[in-house]
Design a binder for this molecule. Structure first.
Ligand code: TTP
Ligand code: MG
Length: 408
């Protein structure tokens, strides 16, 4: 069935060229195991070896932040309503979160990582990329560094982490997640294709449920299936997404580790006059928030790659969810679509909301961002459009121009 997409000689050359530009890097991705719950077990010895669920009481309306691996055996997981967690794990130890304490541990972890290289890119409070290409001379091979880091996190901080060691970010992140908890997965250059082949396509960065369904209809289930297809075929069928899939299926990813901060963020939120579940109205609000944020980012010359939404319902239950983009952005279209996806995945509009908020973090300057893998004419057109609109608004005020879709 893949016959028409199979590689021929000339295509193969084109693809070699595409993959030829990859710099050789040694990347470590580290992600703490059951982070908040592990800290609770560290600080309260009586909780060790027991199912610990962080988020609040099982009688409250909130959701689970995270839980210990002992609790995961009962089917409890992040974002599950606490009530359901209470049913599944009636003997669980339910605790509220202590953000300040988690931040303190997070800072200690990042400090430890920076002893091995200045190229540390935190993705969230418990997760970071390290580029140790230049550190190998000093500290030994990447896997030795990774082992040392894990051992020190255990002995100095009393916590466990999972790591992936690989030639690039995409592979390192995949690897760290494969054998959690206490995972230690090394992907060698020559094993990249066979490492990826059996994995489901949903493992590819940016492939969500919608794309998975679309690809499934094309008969594509594993990354191995994608590897059999040519660039031309994928591009014809899927456009830019096809190029993205082609590259990642072969483990091609030349994004550098960008040391930056996760602390800084730009965000806006709106509290409604009246609680509402009106989807059209919520989307319009979300769009306006995204627009404001994007313009502030552009004014400061920043781009960001972590999009977070905050939804508070009529009972004052608040959830925040975040998603990390493949590439940092300052486009309201990208912020809006990502925020809407997150909101949809969290059943917004089912219950009237009193507040929604959006923020972008993982900020860096636009100049320091690596050029996108592929800039399309759409990107260039959008950039020009944003510049024009920003200028008009600066001269004539906020309401001078409104995108047509929201004109009432
Ligand atoms: P994760 O690394 O996604 O989860 P984890 O560290 O608890 O477990 P794992 O071993 O699978 O990595 O997130 C890190 C922390 O972020 C987590 O401990 C709690 C917080 N968090 C939330 O508050 N809400 C969420 O929905 C998720 C996914 C995480
Ligand atoms: Mg984690």
């Amino acid at each position: 069935m893949f016959a028409m997409g199979k590689l021929d000689g000339s295509k193969q050359r084109e693809e070699m060229e595409l993959s030829g530009r990859i710099p050789r890097r040694r990347i470590i991705h580290l992600d703490m195991d059951a982070f908040f719950a592990a800290i609770e077990q560290l600080d309260n010895p009586a909780y060790r070896g027991k199912p610990v669920i962080v988020g609040g009481s099982p009688h409250s309306r909130g959701v689970v932040s995270t839980c210990s691996y002992e609790a995961r055996k009962f089917g409890v997981h992040s974002a599950m309503p606490l009530r359901e967690a209470g049913h599944r794990c009636p003997h669980g130890i339910f605790v509220p979160g202590r953000m300040q304490r988690y931040q303190e541990v997070s800072a200690a972890i990042m400090k430890l990582l920076r002893e091995y290289t200045p190229l540390v890119e935190p993705l969230s409070c418990d997760e970071a990329f390290l580029d140790v290409t230049g550190s190998e001379q000093l500290f030994g091979p990447a896997e030795v560094i990774a082992r040392q880091i894990v051992d020190r996190i255990a002995s100095e901080l009393g916590l466990s982490a999972s790591v992936g060691v690989a030639p690039n970010k995409f592979l390192a992140k995949l690897a760290s997640d494969l054998k959690k908890p206490k995972g230690f997965v090394v992907v060698r250059e020559e094993e990249v294709l066979s490492f990826l082949a059996p994995l489901p396509i949903a493992r590819i960065w940016g492939v969500g449920p919608k794309t998975t369904t679309q690809l499934r209809k094309m008969g594509l289930l594993t990354i191995g299936h994608l590897q059999e297809l040519s660039l031309a075929y994928l591009q014809e069928k899927l456009g830019d997404l096809g190029i993205h899939l082609f590259r990642l299926a072969r483990g091609i990813d030349d994004r550098p580790v960008e040391p930056g901060t996760t602390v800084k963020s730009i965000g806006h939120e709106t509290t409604f006059q009246e609680d509402t579940a009106d989807r059209e109205f919520l989307e319009e609000t979300l769009w306006r928030l995204a627009e404001k944020i994007a313009r502030r980012l552009r004014r400061k010359g920043l781009v960001g790659k972590v999009i977070t939404i905050k939804l508070r319902d009529q009972d004052f239950q608040t959830i925040t969810r975040r998603s990390t983009l493949y590439q940092a952005t300052d486009f309201e279209e990208v912020i809006f679509h990502t925020a809407r996806q997150l909101a949809e995945a969290n059943a917004w509009g089912r219950k009237p909301l009193r507040l929604i908020g959006v923020s972008v973090s993982g900020l860096q300057t636009r100049e320091s961002r690596q050029e996108p893998l592929f800039t399309t004419t759409d990107d260039q057109d959008l950039r020009a459009l944003h510049q024009t609109l920003d200028r008009i608004r600066e001269r004539f005020g906020e309401t001078a121009i409104t995108r047509a879709r929201f004109l009432k």
